[in-house]
Write a protein that binds this ligand. Sequence first.
Ligand code: HEC
Ligand code: HEC
Ligand code: HEC
Ligand code: HEC
Ligand code: HEC
Ligand code: HEC
Ligand code: HEC
Length: 258
Amino acid sequence: MAAFIGMLIAITPLALLNSCSTFPRSIVVPAEIPGARLVGNQACFACHPNYVQQFPASAHARLHFVPNAKAGPSGCEACHGPGSLHIAAGGGRNKFILNPGKDSAACFKCHLETHAEFNLPHRHPVLEKKMNCVQCHDPHGSDITKPSGGLAMSRLNESCMQCHREQARPFVFEHEALREGCVVCHTPHGSINAKLLIERDNNLCLKCHAQTQGSLGGVGQILIGDEDHTDKLKLGGCWSAGCHTAVHGSNFNPKHLY
Ligand code: HEC
Ligand code: HEC
Ligand code: HEC
Ligand code: HEC
Ligand code: HEC
Ligand code: HEC
Ligand code: HEC
């Protein structure tokens, strides 16, 4: 189906190239169904009106493939595959249509970088089929509280909370970092670092808690959060040295437990 690749259109840029590498973040390749051709989103309306109506708010609504120029946008078929045989068969489950809710392979055709992330040593078990993209992303854009034009979630912590109640629950002494979302410290797909952390060492915390030179203790004194950390830093990492062991919040001690 290499022929399709050359025929794509309408969204710019076609290949979203990562500026610091030659590895493309995403490319635009429609899903394939042998023998089927593209029919356009409106052809789905008769039987799936809700999806077609809510879809224009989705980032994928802009996807469009040239063979279908006259039929209008073909975003639905980007993920579900060309719809002609599905419609000719009168629709139905497993009838000439892909459901990426059952297999994320359709998403990975375009999202190469995301695919790579799920292959990193520490990851959410999507490739292992224990989880799916839709547990964190709404593919049709139905949730109006999401940012317009995006599938990225505005209520990040809520979607994580479905499965990680312990970290996302309210605490007596909250750690305000969580207000910016779990993703200020964790990568959602996969990471080279344990626990899906963005940084493996103190730099994770120093992003927000500046390390300053003390004036009272003389040369070499290190202050973090106005506290003298000169000797403490020798003990190891902020959370692994046994100091801030409750990074998500604490019900007991605001300073030492998180
Ligand atoms: C970004 C990829 C993507 C696009 C674009 C997309 N869908 Fe889907 N669709 C999915 C995924 C993923 C699921 C599985 C959802 C789930 O299991 O909750 C799904 C499920 C469905 C289902 C089955 C729901 C069920 O009962 O199991 C229908 C019908 C559907 N989509 C129609 C459409 C129509 C019509 C469009 C265009 C207006 C569209 N989709 C655009 C990804 C997409
Ligand atoms: C003639 C009516 C009809 C049309 C037109 C139609 N579908 Fe369907 N489709 C169905 C029926 C019926 C089902 C089964 C739904 C169910 O059991 O709840 C279905 C199921 C689906 C599923 C779920 C498949 C699965 O295996 O879980 C997807 C995805 C889907 N349709 C996408 C589309 C897309 C995309 C279009 C437009 C290109 C489209 N449909 C056009 C009738 C139709
Ligand atoms: C555990 C939840 C989770 C799962 C599962 C998940 N995502 Fe994400 N994804 C996110 C979050 C959260 C963001 C926003 C990241 C940010 O803002 O830093 C995101 C962002 C993205 C982006 C935007 C680019 C980027 O990397 O920031 C793409 C594309 C994407 N996800 C695709 C996918 C696909 C495809 C799947 C399934 C194969 C998937 N995601 C599964 C949580 C998830
Ligand atoms: C035909 C190619 C294609 C397929 C298939 C595809 N995507 Fe995308 N997706 C894109 C493109 C292109 C963009 C960037 C749109 C833009 O520029 O805003 C995108 C954007 C996204 C974003 C980020 C939105 C944002 O605002 O940052 C997420 C999340 C995402 N896709 C998830 C998925 C998931 C989950 C699936 C499978 C259910 C999927 N995509 C299937 C091409 C595709
Ligand atoms: C649908 C359930 C589900 C959702 C939603 C989910 N996770 Fe997970 N998470 C898992 C599973 C399953 C694992 C793997 C546990 C394992 O391998 O032992 C995991 C592992 C993790 C780990 C690593 C834990 C460890 O011990 O290495 C972190 C960190 C994490 N998730 C954060 C998040 C964040 C942040 C979000 C929201 C963006 C999120 N999760 C959404 C199910 C989920
Ligand atoms: C301020 C940074 C930060 C934020 C924000 C954050 N985490 Fe973490 N998280 C960490 C660190 C550091 C660890 C590793 C702790 C350890 O190894 O003892 C961790 C560990 C985890 C683990 C593994 C727990 C275990 O016992 O192995 C999960 C799951 C997790 N976080 C989920 C989340 C969720 C869900 C959110 C959002 C509600 C979130 N985190 C927000 C820093 C953060
Ligand atoms: C996204 C920014 C951000 C990150 C990353 C972050 N924090 Fe915080 N943290 C805050 C904010 C905001 C506060 C509340 C204001 C303050 O006390 O500085 C806070 C408060 C604290 C406090 C309480 C201080 C007090 O006196 O009550 C501790 C302890 C703390 N953070 C430790 C950590 C550790 C350990 C890490 C790394 C795992 C970390 N923080 C990462 C933003 C962040």
